[in-house]
Design a binder for this molecule. Structure first.
Ligand code: ZN
Length: 259
């Protein structure tokens, strides 16, 4: 471990904590003026805010899957124990359910890019233990044809302010999708893996900034992990030392069992 950056990491952690304090879900909107103001500033009403289930410890050390009971430090879920994950650690801000889904869809389809700053602060809080180690932050890429239709990549909209909070290099075009893929929706874990197999690649001019670095990949939703695992494998094939992932929302136990 490189000791030189540790004090910086500690400083950064407290800076990140300060930056995300306003993003914390308020316990009582009536008594906490600061967070309540942040809720209003975000365009998120209190009712919708309190319905979001933020993920707190205990969770799987590797994939961030929430555990019902504290199994001890560094404990892994069954899937992570099997060593099938392409990434190193994943952190998620909240559970993927009908409430978070509605918000994320607004970012995706309703031109609510103003939500991106709020989500970035949620991500900074959720990734508090991995963010200080990030030597580069990048979004899961969207194929350029799809980008034409939607005008912006929602993962990039969150990754950019997150890199600013972390004061880490932002690498927006390092990873590319070599062809458009069908939606991952409705597919099994195997089907999703097949759908994105060989799709992600590191653009040659970015290789130098990937090699030997610990990277943080940003996406909106984590379901089976096929997409971020495909990205992580491509980054590691290009020489990345490690790839962590942070998402707005991830499925919990029930959905993971189905997947
Ligand atoms: Zn796990």
């Amino acid at each position: 471990m490189n000791q030189a950056w540790l004090p910086v990491g500690r400083q950064l952690r407290s800076a990140v904590r300060a930056a995300v304090d306003l993003a914390l879900p308020p316990r009582s909107l009536a008594t906490m003026k600061g967070p309540a103001a942040a809720v209003q500033a975000s365009g998120l009403d209190a009712d919708r805010w309190t319905r979001i289930t933020f993920i707190e410890a205990p969770f799987c050390h590797a994939c961030g899957m929430p555990f019902e009971y504290d199994l001890g430090d560094g404990e892994l879920c069954v899937l992570c124990q099997s060593g099938q994950r392409g990434f190193d650690r994943l952190r998620a801000a909240c559970l993927y359910d009908e409430f978070s889904r509605g918000l994320i869809l607004e970012l995706k389809h309703a031109d609510r890019t103003d939500l991106a700053g709020l989500f970035a602060r949620w991500l900074a809080r959720a990734a508090g233990d991995v963010l200080p180690h990030a030597q580069g932050i990048l979004p899961v890429p969207m194929h350029r044809w799809r980008l034409l239709g939607r005008r912006y990549n929602q993962a990039a909209e969150i990754a950019r302010p997150l890199a600013r909070i972390a004061r880490a290099p932002y690498l927006p075009d390092a990873l590319v999708r070599s062809r458009p893929t069908a939606s991952q929706g409705g597919k099994s874990r195997t089907g999703r893996r097949r759908n994105v197999a060989g799709v992600f690649a590191v653009a040659p001019r970015w290789r130098r900034r990937i090699e030997g670095r610990r990277l943080l990949l940003v996406d909106d939703v984590f379901t089976t992990g096929a997409t971020v695992e495909g990205c992580a494998r491509a980054l590691k094939a290009a020489g990345a030392a490690a790839v962590d992932v942070v998402v707005i929302a991830r499925v919990g136990l029930m959905a993971s069992r189905r997947a």
